[in-house]
Design a protein around this ligand. Structure first.
Ligand SMILES: NC(=O)c1ccc[n+]([C@@H]2O[C@H](COP(=O)([O-])OP(=O)(O)OC[C@H]3O[C@@H](n4cnc5c(N)ncnc54)[C@H](OP(=O)(O)O)[C@@H]3O)[C@@H](O)[C@H]2O)c1
Length: 320
């Protein structure tokens, strides 16, 4: 059997790093694209090459890509602001697609997001725009739209450790998701290289069922840390108030526009489920949400409480 090879763009991100590790564990040749080789700090591995590369919206990427079975793009705006989302989620990915054109048969595996199915946010429109470019490009592809990551559901651990309440929007039962670990998602993305049933498809994917609500999530954290549950309920209308306060400033101030977009993002995740949307019935549908992997969020919280897993909370990423 010939050795498989993948190029991982956005290799320094939460999912990108997991993809690099999983591909190496499977014996793949891995080319990790990074913007700064020094800060990328990957462990030495004979099958890993680091490709330092820069992108300019005018001249494109400043490298040539090696031949590979697939490119897995885990590039993502770290801020979610309209400008950055356009640059990273659309232009950089479109630049990669252009760069790989001479590579015959190389599959473009795109890390997207399940939330693009009901788009309201700038970064969702940029992702959709690139999904569409990829879909119509003639290049083999797989578009993976995952549900909520474990890291995004760990944000309140620090509060609970300090004895504070878990904060829920609404009554904490109106939204739900099937959380997926970075390890299970990385594995799913790499399987897109070889599994024909994942080729040239849009693939929503979550972690193991059942779906959990924010109240379930709170109970899992309190249980893992051996504390009595304390939940505070906050109206999601708070996001409307912040947006209304910022609105008069937005024609003059990019700062205000960016803050307003962040409020919209917060409101979106406070009110929408991360499950497949059934447009006929107008409901989020757990039965239509595919599942993969074996990592459960409750075990993840327990491992963090016992010090067995590093608690990943990415201070550089503002979106979640
Ligand atoms: N969080 C969730 O629950 C969730 C759920 C479903 C889908 N998603 C989607 O998953 C993606 C986020 O994945 P993630 O958490 O792995 O992302 P992440 O940790 O924020 O990583 C983003 C990657 O993109 C690179 N990047 C960003 N801006 C760049 C720029 N200007 N130039 C070069 N490289 C740049 C980063 O490089 P540096 O390390 O150099 O900054 C990093 O490698 C988003 O598209 C999101 O919509 C998230």
């Amino acid at each position: 059997m010939t050795q498989k090879s993948v190029i991982v763009a956005g290799a320094t991100g939460y999912i990108g790093r997991a993809v690099v590790a999983a591909a190496l564990a499977r014996g793949y040749l891995v080319y990790a694209m990074v913007r700064c080789e020094k800060s990328a700090a990957f462990p030495e591995h004979p099958n890993l090459s680091v490709l330092q590369s820069k992108f300019s919206p005018i001249t494109g990427w400043n490298i040539q890509l090696p031949n590979a079975d697939a490119i897995i793009s885990c590039l993502a705006s770290r801020t979610g602001t309209p400008k950055d989302a356009h640059l990273v989620d659309y232009q950089m990915n479109a630049g990669l697609l252009k760069l790989m054109r001479p590579l015959i048969g190389t599959r473009f595996i795109l890390l997207s997001a399940i939330c693009v199915q009901k788009p309201r946010l700038a970064f969702q429109f940029e992702k959709l725009r690139f999904e569409n470019t990829l879909h119509t490009s003639g290049q083999p592809y797989s578009i993976v739209r995952p549900t909520a990551y474990f890291k995004s559901l760990c944000g309140q651990i620090a509060r609970i450790r300090k004895g504070k309440s878990f904060l829920c929007f609404g009554d904490g039962t109106q939204t739900a998701c099937t959380p997926i670990s970075e390890r299970d998602l990385a594995s799913y993305l790499i399987d897109c290289v070889t599994l024909p049933e994942r080729h040239n498809k849009i693939l929503p994917i979550g972690g193991p069922h059942p779906a959990i609500t924010p109240v379930d999530q709170a109970n899992l954290i309190f249980d893992a840390f051996g504390k009595t549950p304390k939940i505070k309920y906050v109206s999601p209308k708070i996001f409307d108030i912040f947006q209304a306060v910022l609105a008069p400033l937005t024609p003059f101030s990019e700062w205000a526009r960016n803050k307003r977009e962040l409020m919209k993002i917060g409101q979106y995740y406070a009110t929408e489920s991360m499950l497949v949307w059934n447009s006929d019935q107008e409901i989020y549908d757990i039965t239509a949400t595919p599942q993969t992997g074996s990592d459960h969020l409750g075990d993840h919280f327990t491992n963090i409480a016992r010090g067995l897993t590093v608690h990943v909370a990415d201070a550089n990423t503002q979106i979640y």
